[in-house]
Design a protein around this ligand. Structure first.
Ligand code: HEM
Length: 303
């Protein structure tokens, strides 16, 4: 009896439909450790999976932007909810590096420099592109991509184009909310400056809990995305503290000191600052009509 496996006419030699569709041969040839540390494979897989999810988030956000530009809020919202979902594995994956001590990390990192040169994750273009799309525009990060002209051009373009937040604000303006023209026409390459007028737009959207529900849902989805992004940053900061202490990093200064201020760079700033006022008795009828809250004013607030 022949031991030759049967073939299918549409299957290339040495491949299955599964391996062709999911490119498993290529995928599993991409982990190339530089040290003999047994944990380096886990490090590489962690970083590569993160890369894939950041690229996925870029594509989803671009799709959501196209939907907003077509005034299709329902499809934009569905797409952005997928972005919320993609942050969950990005968060969970930190567990797979939880075993790492400074001894482990340095055993791996000490081999990267001699093999490839001085590296930093700031040389990762997917993360930066995602950050630009989230509206955190910092042109200085382009310097890391000079050796990769194609990626430099991609990021330079992303810096010049509207972020997701810009598209949300433009949509809100088109449906009649008071987003100032100066905010819409601002220099898109410059860091975003929060505006009181935009904060007021969010306050107006939330003023009545039972009105403009779809815009409130958009606001909550954006808040979920910002939280998912910040959760990743928190886990990264704690992993850095745990495996690196306060050592100097890429710029020669303390790595943790470089990272800490970035924890204040929270996407969609007025969506957060507006929450100081949303729900105030003066601006919301809810406290007056809800039987559980009737007669109760929040601490320090006179109804
Ligand atoms: C657990 C060990 C790690 C340490 C000690 C560490 C350390 C650092 C430091 C010091 C920075 C600031 C820039 C610099 O000086 O290079 C940085 C930035 C960054 N790292 Fe890590 N890192 C670690 C793991 C990872 C992993 C596994 C990833 C995932 C791919 C990652 C992705 C990033 C990104 C995206 C930035 C830019 C953050 C920003 O711009 O706010 N890091 N890291």
């Amino acid at each position: 009896m022949s031991k030759t496996p049967p073939t299918h006419e549409s299957t290339a030699a040495g491949k299955t439909p599964y391996s062709q569709w999911l490119q498993t041969e290529a995928l599993h040839s991409l982990q190339r450790p530089v040290s003999d540390h047994p944990g380096e494979h886990a490090w590489i897989v962690h970083a590569q999976v993160s890369e894939l999810y950041w690229m996925l988030i870029i594509k989803e956000i671009q799709t959501a932007q196209a939907c907003l530009r077509a005034n299709d809020l329902v499809q934009a919202q569905r797409t952005l909810q997928r972005v919320v979902a993609h942050h969950a594995p990005l968060d969970a994956i930190w567990r797979s590096l939880a075993w790492m001590t400074p001894n482990d990390l340095l055993a791996m990192l000490s081999r990267v420099g001699p093999t490839y040169g001085k590296d930093t994750a700031l040389q990762g273009w997917t993360y930066r592109h995602m950050v630009y799309l989230l509206g955190i525009k910092q042109a200085e990060h382009l310097q890391h991509f000079v050796p990769q002209p194609q990626r430099w051009a991609q990021l330079d373009k992303a810096l010049s184009e509207p972020s997701l937040y810009d598209d949300v604000l433009a949509y809100l303006a088109r449906i009649g909310l008071d987003v100032p023209p100066s905010v819409l026409a601002r220099d898109l390459r410059a860091p975003y400056s929060p505006s009181q007028a935009v904060e007021q737009v969010w306050r107006d959207i939330y003023v009545d809990p039972d009105a403009r529900i779809e815009l409130q849902q958009l606001g909550e989805t954006l808040a979920d995305i910002a939280e998912g992004f910040m959760q990743w940053k928190h886990r990264h900061l704690m992993a850095t503290r745990r495996t690196f202490g306060t050592r100097p990093a890429y710029f020669g200064t303390e790595g943790v000191a470089w990272l800490k201020p970035t924890m204040e760079e929270i996407p969609f700033p007025e969506l957060w600052s507006a929450r100081t006022f949303i729900g105030d008795p003066k601006s919301s009828p809810a406290a007056a009509v809800c039987p559980h809250l009737a007669g109760q004013a929040p601490d320090g607030v006179n109804a």
